[in-house]
Design a protein around this ligand. Sequence first.
Ligand SMILES: Cc1ncc(COP(=O)(O)O)c(C=O)c1O
Length: 392
Amino acid sequence: MVIKGFSTKAVHAGELIDKRFGNVITPIFLSSTYLSPNESQEKYIDPTRNKPYLYTRLGNPTFTSFEQKYAALENASYALSFSSGMAAITTSIMSAVKQGERILALNQLYGQTYEFFKEVSTNLGIQVDFVSVDSLNALEIPAKEYKVFYVESITNPTMQVCDIKTVAEYCIEKGIDLFVDATFASPYLQRPLDFGASVVLHSATKYIGGHSDLIMGLFATNSKSIYEKVVEYRSTLGCIPEPFSVYLALRGIKTLALRMERQQSNAMKLAKFLSQNEKVSKVNYPGLENNEYHDLAKKVLNGFGAMLSFELKGGYEAAKKFIRALKLCIVAPSLGGVETLVTLPLETSHRQLSIEERMRMNINEGLIRVSVGIEDYEDIEKDFSQALEAVS
Ligand SMILES: Cc1ncc(COP(=O)(O)O)c(C=O)c1O
C-alpha cells in the first residue's frame, strides 16, 4: 500500500519489523560489527553499500530504518544520518565542492555554519561569497561561476524567509546545486527537494528529535551521484550517530506533525501578544500579516513555524532583565524541543561574530530568540507577561 499522509509515514515508514520476533518498533542495534560472510538466506542488506551489514561506521540497521523513514517524509530517494547537524553540513559540503570551486551562501546563517564557510572552507581552498536573503530572493547574484548555493529556509535569528522556489528554479537553469538547511521549518513545513533543491539538511537535534535529548544531523537528496559521494565521506570521516540517539530520533519524529501544529499555534499567539506590548519595539515572525516575509512564507512553507525573535525598547540591558525574570520558560540555546526555550543570540548562537558582521545581519544586542514549545499557551503568556513587567 502506498502511504501518502505525512503522519502516517512518520509512524510507519522504514520501521524494521522482523516477523520472526514480531517486534512492532525498530530495535536498537548496538553491534559494531557483523558476520562476514553472512550466509543467511534472509539477511538484511545495508543500502549504503548494497551488501550485507559489515561494520556500523558504514551502516547499521537502526540507522537504515530512520534514514528510510526520514527519506519518506522528505520525498527523497536517499537519506543519511550523522552525528550532528554540523557533521551533516560539513560532510556534504566537503563531498560536493572541490578546491578552487565557489559557493554562494546566505550571510545570515547559523553561527557555526557561517564560521565553517568563513574559516574552514577557506583553508580547504573553497571560495565562499555571502549574500543577503533579500538579494538572493531578488536573484541579485554576483556574476561568478558557482558550484553550490547554500541557504537556510528560515534564517536564524531574524526569521527571514528564503524564496526556495525561485532560487531552486534559478539553480536548475544554471546547473548549480542548491543546498537547503531546513532545520527551522522541519520536514513538516517544507520539503525543499520538491522545489528542485539538490540537498536538504537538518539538525535533527531540533524539531525532528523534538525533546532536547539528542544531537544528530540528516542529509537527503534525489541525486544518486551526490548520495554516493556523501556515503563515502561519512564512512571516511566517521561522523555517524550513536544507535541510541537514532532510536530517540525514530521515536521523536513520529509526533513531529502534532508537535509542530501545537508549537506554531502557540508561536502565532505569542507573536501577536508581543507585538501589542508597549515595551516591545519589533517582533520577527513570518506569521504576522505585517511581516515582510508573510506572503513569501505562504508560498514556500506549509505554516509559519514556531521560531520567533523580538527586541525590547530598552535594548541589551532590558533583554537581560527579561530573560532573568522568566520563571517557566527555559533560558538555553537550541530549539525545537517541547519546552519553550529563550536565548540571546548575542551570547549563544552568534557569539563568535564581530560587531560589523552582527550589524550586517541585523542582529541587535537586545534581540531575544524564542523557540515556542507545546506548553498550554496561557502559561507561556503569563510567564512572558510577568517578565516584561520586570523590565523598566
Ligand atoms: C539552523 C541550524 N543548522 C544547523 C545547526 C547545527 O546542528 P547541531 O547542533 O545538531 O550540530 C543548528 C544548531 O543550532 C541550527 O540552528
